[in-house]
Ligand binder design. Structure first.
Ligand code: ASP
Length: 709
């Protein structure tokens, strides 16, 4: 067989009718029509129907064809034919033609599949298999089969197209792609580092980069002026559904520029990335300051696809007789709300009071919610009688209330509670009422972030990272109150309620950088140890510079509208940060740790379960049962005693059965519920909030760590 003759299924059109072709790929599906055999042959390009007809196909080929099963890898020679009228399949691109087989080579057989790969029905009125039915861990365990699905291949191919678009656009603007190290020092992006031990330098570690931040700034000091990289970054963060421990960032940095340069560049780039998938976006992107975003949507990554913007009504109630509002205002609080236009038929009093005011809003952190329905030319609710006519009139005007509208308000002494609870309520109601347009994309820049956030210890921490330029430099680094008033020259690109990326203009003055480190409470020595090499570069004429990074997995997932970012990553980790395909992360051999000098790190066993000295910790770890330090001696004693008895019993058994096979006991794994209760699905699980941090889902259940009996 000469593969050089091979053509792709998707290249065949009615113009090829009568042509002899060699095709190669996988059997997507088979249909046996009593002697007449049909298969869907799938390759990287598409699917085509192949017919084995005993009147034309040689008998030996028909016989072999009868043994074909899904996902056999085959090569087929045959003639392209027109399909008989009425037998066309509009579900596939080549649905008006087929190939009449004359030769068949089975290149490799396939085991029975763990899940169906085929996404295309052979007969038009049968529904294709819904992949949502297959557990994600099973898909990831057999990812190579999952990637055979046309939809996964499409995702990966479009990801590649988008990456190509990025590379060629940035190249056209004079940006150079430079690779920065993977084995490096810690970068302060706010997450934990993944550490890599060094064999050559025992007990010393590299950190995998959380971002190329320090290196890209050093490239600017090195005079590269315009840098980019499609960089892999690693952050050891708590599990969240749409996060990956390793992810791809488009990292950009440029010198002698300001914010406007980056806005123009990134807007144009974003337009082109979306255009690569046939979506057109409009420029310029709107800009909101952080304060405006919080004030009107309660979020610093607002979803601007729909309204429900907040209205402040605090001033209307300065003189109010309604005691709840009065007390809140006396404590310096505020009242904000939004108008859910025309929603009074969908939001009954019962839903507003019993679901929202009593359950949902308290779960968002506010004490309660006030609702008013505009009906019959008036306003009605369970509390309107406490409001004066002037207050009611004020509300009507402020919210632009008309019959059929529902006014929602939250009052609280804390501005942060009001905005954040109202922000979550805004999203909840928009979703419930179907007010979020599926098709729309609403990008925006969020600017003027606070430079610092306060810490529980009474200090400050960087909102972005410590290299972000402040809006002014004449601050006192020891005055926490003043530090919290500083704004940064940082910007985030947000879209549809998600942060696609962000960056900042950097500090290029070494004195200002030192001041920031001082504000962060880092001693001269800490700074020297962690960033000495970096600060030293600032002694050699650093240019003004700035940049940003876009999360590419998230961006591609948004462009392709996939339900999770794992759909656009070839081999992602699952929700528990594990890889079901390879089994990573996995324990390592004791010898490997010894070679790395990790067994005696600080004179203690480094890893649970690798050292006998650590038996109790190991037991505690596998059984998920903790103990207090003062309990250790007695537990160690108990464990020693158990071990002594076990060994004695073993010796005895060995004496008795010296020549018998050893016995193994495997404890049966069982699901347990409290005595007298039946396993059932929690009512609260429906909201998704109860177990939102659960590592993984199986059907309607949340998987939790196994507990050994
Ligand atoms: N290093 C930043 C991040 O990864 C992006 C930037 O400031 O350019 O979020």
């Amino acid at each position: 067989m000469l593969f050089s003759e091979r053509v792709f299924c998707g290249d065949l059109t009615p113009n090829d009718i009568g042509r002899q072709v060699l095709l190669a790929g996988w059997v997507d599906a088979c249909r046996d029509h009593g002697g007449l055999m049909f298969i869907h042959l799938r390759d990287v390009s598409s699917i085509i129907q192949v017919v084995f007809n005993p009147e034309i196909t040689p008998p030996a080929v028909c016989e072999r064809a009868a043994s074909l099963r899904s996902e056999y890898c085959v090569a087929i020679r045959g003639e392209v034919k027109n399909r008989a009228t009425g037998t066309e399949n509009p579900g596939i691109e080549t649905g008006t033609i087929e190939v009449m087989a004359t030769e068949l080579t089975v290149l490799a057989e396939s085991d029975v599949l763990p899940f169906a790969v085929s996404e295309k029905a052979m007969v038009t009125d049968t529904a294709p298999i819904d992949r949502e039915q297959v557990s994600e861990d099973l898909r990831l365990q057999y990812r190579y089969l999952d990637i055979r699905r046309a939809s996964m291949r499409r995702n990966l191919t479009l990801r590649h197209r988008i990456f190509q678009t990025v590379r060629s656009f940035l190249d056209s603007r004079g940006f150079v792609e430079v690779e920065t190290p993977m084995l490096t020092m810690s970068t302060p992006e706010g997450a934990r580092d993944y550490l890599v031990p060094s064999r050559i330098h025992p007990q010393s570690f590299y950190a995998l980069p959380q971002s190329p931040q320090l290196f890209k700034q050093l490239l600017m000091i090195g005079g590269m002026e315009r840098y980019f990289q499609l960089a892999r970054c690693f952050r050891d963060e708590d599990l969240r559904p749409n996060r990956q421990p390793e992810f791809t960032q488009l990292d950009i940095e440029a010198s002698f520029i300001d914010e406007e340069f980056l806005y123009e560049l990134v807007e144009e780039l974003t337009l082109r990335m979306f255009a690569a998938a046939g979506i057109s976006l409009a420029r310029p992107f709107p800009r909101l300051t952080y304060a405006e975003a919080i004030e009107t949507t309660g979020s610093d990554r607002p979803d601007l696809r729909f309204g429900l913007r907040f209205v402040d009504v605090t001033d209307l109630f300065r003189e109010t007789q309604y005691s709840i509002f009065r007390q809140i205002l006396e404590r310096g609080g505020c009242i904000k709300g939004f108008n859910v236009k025309g929603a009074s038929s969908s939001l009954s009093k019962n839903v507003l009071q019993n679901e929202y005011a009593k359950e949902i809003v308290p779960s968002f952190g506010a004490k309660g919610m006030t609702w008013i329905r505009a009906d019959n030319g008036g306003l009605e609710s369970n509390i309107v009688q406490f409001f004066s006519e002037r207050e009611l009139q004020g509300l009507r005007e402020r919210f632009g209330a008309e019959d059929g509208d529902v006014l929602i308000m939250i009052a609280d002494p804390s501005y942060a509670v009001v905005t954040s609870a109202l922000g979550r309520l805004r999203l909840h109601m928009a979703e419930r009422l179907g007010r979020i347009p599926e098709e729309g994309f609403c990008p925006a820049w969020i600017t003027d972030f606070p430079l610092f956030e306060s810490t529980e210890e009474g200090g400050v921490t960087s909102s972005h990272h410590p290299f972000t330029a402040p809006d002014r430099t004449d601050f006192d680094p020891t005055d926490v109150e003043e530090l919290l008033t500083l704004r940064s020259r940082a910007y985030d690109l947000v879209m549809n309620g998600e942060e696609l990326g962000g960056g900042s203009i950097r500090i290029s003055d070494r004195e200002v950088q030192r001041k920031i480190f001082r504000a962060l409470g880092l001693s001269e020595e800490d700074v020297r140890e962690r960033f000495g090499f970096f600060l030293r570069a600032f002694d050699f004429g650093p240019p003004p510079h700035g940049g940003l990074a876009l999360g590419m997995d998230r961006t591609v997932s948004m462009i392709l509208r996939t339900p999770s970012i794992r759909e656009v990553i070839a081999f992602p980790k699952n929700r528990s940060a594990g890889c079901p395909l390879t089994g990573a992360p996995s324990p390592v051999k004791r010898e490997q740790l010894a070679e790395l000098g990790l067994l005696n790190l600080n004179a203690q066993a480094a890893t649970r379960g690798v050292s006998e000295e650590d038996g109790l910790d190991h037991l505690s770890w596998v059984s998920r049962i903790g103990f207090k330090a003062e309990e250790r001696p007695v537990l160690v004693q108990g464990l020693d005693e158990a071990e002594r008895l076990a060994l004695a019993a073993l010796e005895k058994a060995a004496d008795i059965a010296a020549d018998r096979e050893p016995l193994y006991t495997v404890v049966r794994a069982t699901g347990r519920t409290r005595p007298g209760t039946e396993p059932s699905r929690s009512e609260l699980s429906g909201s998704g909030d109860l177990f939102k941090n659960a590592p993984s889902l199986k059907g309607d259940y949340f998987k939790v760590a196994g507990i050994l009996e």
